[in-house]
Design a protein around this ligand. Structure first.
Ligand SMILES: Cc1cc2nc3c(=O)[nH]c(=O)nc-3n(C[C@H](O)[C@H](O)[C@H](O)COP(=O)(O)OP(=O)(O)OC[C@H]3O[C@@H](n4cnc5c(N)ncnc54)[C@H](O)[C@@H]3O)c2cc1C
Ligand code: SF4
Length: 559
């Protein structure tokens, strides 16, 4: 057999497994449906990113179907009609190329949500089969290997750490950050420097951050951002043990007698290939990972691979919450303050976790995280927002509005991250009629949310608004919505100890197959109240250790 391990996908869930296994001397194959790019290929192409799907599939060729509730009826809308889809970046390195890199660890309580707070009516909350202590060494490893910069400060919600501080000091800070700190201190809130998967200085072949601020939705041209491609795959390639096949869409995994025997993929020309390996790892991002398993049904697994429990695709989760904004109008500030506000480049990088647990009327419930930042510098999307700001205008009136929008104020924003409560109304299945250009049924995603999540998000948004008000912002508003953010997906292949209620065991190996692992965010039974990617990276490093043990024991068996 040419490969010890075949990984489907190349993003945050795949990278650590490819990196660790190839460094341990195993032959690794990565099959990635998208093309291959390097940092030199990325530039600030605003039209390409905002108006065209440069790094995601054309929706008339590959789409999703969304089921949401309208007038109490689940309504099915193909995304080729709505234009709203769940693709986030389909190139080598996956959506980690396009992330903003705001990174937080989960807290110990996130691993035992049910025991700590109990179930909520209509929800499927469970404890994780591992604890924070099991994952902590891997959060620390990710800091070092991915390149996570930050600074530990004392605050009541600080999670336990095995090292006193981050291996990389924080990226440069905007002048407004200390302003934010002062206001928070006055209000009795603990301002936290937000950890970032961004290098402040050059390390190896990666340059330090260039501070253009085009992190979210854009590929990083310096290599400072800790994408799976930049931080892991490029280094793993140097071992000569890793082969990456780009433009290779895996349509099916084939199994026999409880083992995956091959992955069937189609190349750019739609020619079909089959590849064998000892171990298979699925990391295609939560929705596509569930879809691949469902599309791999066979006589042994009539409902989909690893799905005799009927759990594949169930309990899909996102990050719930929303965002808000406020305007710092230059006319409200003195010359020095305006000069500070106009500073371009450094990041605000501030978060609040004072309400990670909320206490109300003697009861506690789970809260969340608020990240603070400036509006994305992307001028196309800022102009589009200005267009909808008030009544529709055009011609000179529109020009005047744009000029005003860009020259008289700075927009400060916040993002709220809360748990997306898992329910029976949020899951992935296969659409009965629509197929993609490869001839495979597309994912149908039911996106029901729990009303509890709105309540939590609103508590946090109100707190964030008080900070903006105190800082002197005007026109403050926020929107907490039940709509899922497409870029923060998890669940669908829960891990757990009981094969009847989970797809994966605690090591993320399928209960029902000997050699199948899932290493993206699909394993998460609950998502915590932070963006997911640090946890995905950390868990994938943990799974890599388990696979190395697995392969080593296989070798001993055959000796
Ligand atoms: C604009 C944006 C901003 C973000 N900001 C943040 C942030 O600030 N903080 C944070 O924590 N997270 C952020 N994220 C989320 C982060 O990028 C993801 O959580 C993370 O990349 C998920 O890793 P993954 O391995 O599950 O998926 P991905 O990284 O998307 O990788 C999956 C890969 O699998 C490939 N694939 C899919 N199906 C197949 C198939 N059948 N065959 C072969 N290959 C396949 C895909 O093309 C893709 O390359 C952001 C994402 C975006 C898009
Ligand atoms: S601001 Fe820094 S991390 Fe972000 S894309 Fe630019 S160089 Fe990369």
């Amino acid at each position: 057999m040419k490969y010890d391990i075949c990984i489907i996908g190349s993003g945050a869930g795949a990278g650590p497994v490819a990196y660790e296994l190839s460094r341990a001397g195993f032959k690794v194959l990565v099959l990635e449906k998208g093309g291959s790019y390097q940092k030199e290929d990325f530039f600030k192409d605003e039209i390409g990113v905002c108006r065209r799907s440069t790094f995601t599939p054309a929706l008339d060729e590959e789409q999703h179907v969304i089921e949401d509730i309208q007038d109490d009826v689940w309504t099915r809308t193909p995304t080729s009609k709505s234009g709203w889809d769940f693709w986030n970046g389909n190139i080598v390195g996956g959506s980690s190329n396009f992330m903003s890199g705001y990174f937080h660890r989960l807290k110990p309580m996130d691993f035992r949500l049910k025991s700590q707070y109990g179930n909520i009516k209509g929800a499927n909350i469970v404890d994780w089969p591992i604890s924070y202590a099991d994952l902590e060494p891997y959060y620390t490893k990710a800091e070092k290997v991915i390149g996570i910069s930050g600074k530990v400060v004392k605050h009541p919600c600080q999670e336990p750490r095995s090292t006193p501080d981050f291996p990389y000091y924080p990226t440069s800070e905007h002048r407004i950050s200390s302003w934010f700190d002062t206001v928070c201190a006055k209000q009795g809130f603990y301002s936290i420097p937000t950890p970032r998967a961004v290098l402040p200085y050059a390390v190896g072949n990666r340059q330090g951050c260039e501070y253009a601020g085009y992190c979210g939705s854009y590929g990083c041209s310096s290599g400072a951002k800790g994408s799976s491609r930049e931080a892991l795959l490029n280094k793993a390639l140097k071992t000569n043990n890793l082969t990456i096949k780009a433009n290779s869409f895996v349509k099916k995994l084939h199994s026999k007698e409880g083992k995956v025997i091959s992955a069937e993929y189609l190349d750019k020309n739609k020619s079909s290939h089959k590849v064998e390996a000892r171990i298979f790892v699925v990391a295609a991002q939560a929705i596509e990972s569930s879809r691949l398993l469902l599309n791999s049904a066979n006589a042994e697994f009539p409902f989909g691979l690893a799905n005799n429990s009927r759990q594949v695709g169930e309990n899909l989760i996102f990050s719930s919450g929303g965002s808000g904004t406020g305007e710092f109008k230059y006319e409200d500030f003195d010359t020095k303050e305006v000069e500070a506000l106009k500073q371009i480049g450094p990041f605000v990088n501030r978060s609040l976790q004072d309400w990670y647990e909320i206490k109300e009327k003697g009861k506690s419930f789970k809260g969340g995280t608020i990240d603070f930042l400036f509006e994305h510098p992307n001028a196309v999307s800022r102009a589009r927002r200005a267009m909808y700001d008030g009544e529709l205008v055009w011609g000179n009136a529109l020009k005047k509005r744009l000029l005003n929008h860009f020259t008289t104020r700075r927009v400060f924003t916040f993002e709220v991250f809360c748990d997306w409560t898992p329910t029976d109304d949020c899951f992935v299945s296969l659409d009965e009629t629509i197929k993609d250009k490869w001839g495979m049924p597309v994912a149908k995603v039911r996106i029901g949310s729990h009303p509890h999540d709105i309540k939590v998000g609103e508590v946090l948004a109100a707190k964030a608004e008080t900070v903006l008000k105190e800082m002197g912002a005007r026109n403050i508003s926020s929107s907490i919505s039940p709509a899922p953010p497409a870029n923060l997906q998890a669940g669908g292949c829960r891990f757990g100890n009981d094969p009847k209620t989970s797809v994966l065991d605690k090591n993320c190996k399928a209960h029902e197959l000997e050699n199948l692992y899932v290493s993206d965010g699909s394993f998460m039974p609950t998502g915590g109240a932070v963006p997911f990617t640090w946890t995905i990276y950390a868990n994938s490093f943990r799974v890599a250790d388990e696979i190395i043990k697995h392969l080593t024991s296989m070798k001993k068996k055959f000796r």
